[in-house]
Design a protein around this ligand. Structure first.
Ligand code: ADP
Length: 283
């Protein structure tokens, strides 16, 4: 299962005075099992790009091939694409609508025509993975929950569809640090437990450093960098030129090295930094 994006251009309101080229000839392949972070400044084209991956937007030019099927071809059913590619929108909790959590999460699987038992199994599994106990929460209203918990219900609703590719648009936006870490941990667990390919839209370098194994950097409708975090975080001047920054801890390591420490230059999480600094101090 992969997504191949070929020469993708998207122009909003073409041939009007408001014309905007949001994507400019993107060529990217996302492979089975990738955990990709898609980063870029506001307006760089991230949302436009992900909405092409599950057929919500049609390209102005170019193709998107999901699992060897050209989803831009006529006759392709959107419902078939959505079974393979799940999309969790920004602030997805605003889309909760059922009277109980169980019903909300079961909504998608029901539309797949599964049996009651299969639906229940999927709901339990999805709730477990987002850290919500089934018996405790199933009959509660989603509206009784905290913001972070609501978001988890919304994520569970898409996870219960068991798509092979899961795209999450800023899933940690607006959460406190603890809530952010929990959601990120759960997304990492999903990647493993369901063997899902994950595409995580984020502008937090700290978040991205913790979980992804590949980073795509967008700027002005183009994909300007693509590689593993250790490679991308060495591109400090390019990142800064497009309004991004490397994780704060990477700057700290740079400062320490300027003052005579001899720390590796590929550190981008607090954990790695702690380990290396202790090693140098003890050594
Ligand atoms: P990001 O997700 O990185 O913030 P978007 O894909 O939302 O970027 O936007 C890319 C560009 O396209 C921006 O300049 C934005 O203003 C423009 N844009 C996004 N959606 C629309 C729309 N529906 N109509 C017109 N222009 C849009």
């Amino acid at each position: 299962m992969s997504i191949k994006i070929e020469n993708l251009t998207h122009v909003y309101m073409e041939k009007t005075p408001f014309e905007k080229r949001a994507l400019d000839n993107i060529n990217v392949q996302i492979n089975d099992g990738d955990f990709v972070a898609l980063i870029g400044h506001t307006g760089s084209g991230k949302s436009t790009l992900i909405q092409h991956m599950n057929g919500l937007l049609k390209p102005t030019r170019g193709k998107i091939i999901v699992d060897n099927v050209d989803i831009t071809a006529s006759g392709v059913k959107l419902s078939d694409i959505r079974k393979k590619v799940g999309l969790v929108f920004q602030y997805a909790e605003y889309q909760l609508f059922e009277e109980t959590i169980e019903k909300d999460i079961a909504f998608g699987p029901k539309n797949l025509g599964l049996s009651e038992d299969q639906i229940k199994e999927r709901v339990i599994r999805a709730m477990n993975i987002v850290g919500l106990d089934y018996e405790k929460y199933r009959n509660k209203s989603p509206f009784e929950l905290s913001g972070g918990q609501k978001r988890r219900v919304a994520i569970a609703g898409v996870v219960a569809m068991e798509p092979k590719i899961l795209i999450l648009d800023e899933p940690t936006a607006g959460l406190d640090p603890k809530g952010r870490d929990e959601i990120l941990g759960q997304i990492a667990a999903l990647h493993k437990a369901y063997d899902m390919t994950i595409i995580l839209v984020s502008h937090s370098m700290e978040d991205v450093a913790k979980v992804s194994n590949r980073i795509l950097v967008m700027d002005n409708g183009q994909c300007i960098l693509d590689g593993p975090p250790e490679k991308i975080f060495k591109e400090i001047s390019t990142l800064e030129s497009v309004g991004l920054a490397v994780p704060k801890v990477t700057y700290l390591i740079r400062e320490l090295n300027a003052k005579g420490f001899n720390l590796p230059d590929n550190i981008f999480t607090l954990e790695q930094a702690k380990k290396e600094i202790l090693r140098v101090l003890k050594g």
